[in-house]
Design a binder for this molecule. Structure first.
Ligand code: T46
Length: 137
């Protein structure tokens, strides 16, 4: 699937517990300019429902679990449920986050500062632009 893939970070696990280290530009394919996290999502609530024109992001569920419905040249659903599991979302990937478990914590690493003009929130508009974009990439 284009511009979207699941991967795993190396986890340093010993009798004291687990540590995951993330180096920008090495463990994720961009330099990290921003991070944010999503918590306290009520049961049944969905978030996202947009794409980004240029932004690259990596999603990590630090606690609990969450499902991500994605679309680029194909459609797929990922379940994030381990803190060393990650989902890369490149440009022009539609995403919808849902089924947040109680106490879930979704951490997002982003390649750029917050830019409202980078969002595509209209699904019909997304479909039009994505069709051309993925035909060329
Ligand atoms: C994405 C998914 C995975 C800011 O002021 N700065 C920020 O960096 C972000 C991300 C959001 N905001 C404000 C904008 C809204 O007033 O926080 C509020 C909630 O944001 P939004 O409705 O966009 O949240 P989600 O969960 O629908 O989407 C977020 C990201 O915005 C988006 O880039 O890919 O998480």
């Amino acid at each position: 699937m284009k511009n979207c893939n699941e991967f795993f970070f190396k986890s340093f696990y010993d009798k004291r517990g687990s540590l995951v280290a993330i180096e920008g530009g090495q463990d994720v394919p961009f330099n990290i300019e921003r991070l944010y996290y999503i918590t306290d999502v009520p049961q049944g609530m969905e978030r996202g429902a947009h794409s980004h024109k240029d932004l690259e992001q990596v999603l990590i569920c630090l606690n609990g679990s969450v499902k991500i419905r994605v679309e680029s040249d194909k459609k797929k659903v990922f379940t994030l449920e381990n803190p060393n599991q990650a989902l890369y979302l490149g440009p022009m990937v539609w995403r919808e986050m849902y089924d947040f478990s109680e106490h879930s914590v979704l951490l997002v690493l982003a390649s750029h500062h917050y830019e409202p003009d980078d969002y595509i929130k209209d699904y019909n508009m997304y479909k039009l632009i994505a069709k051309q974009f993925f035909a060329l990439t």
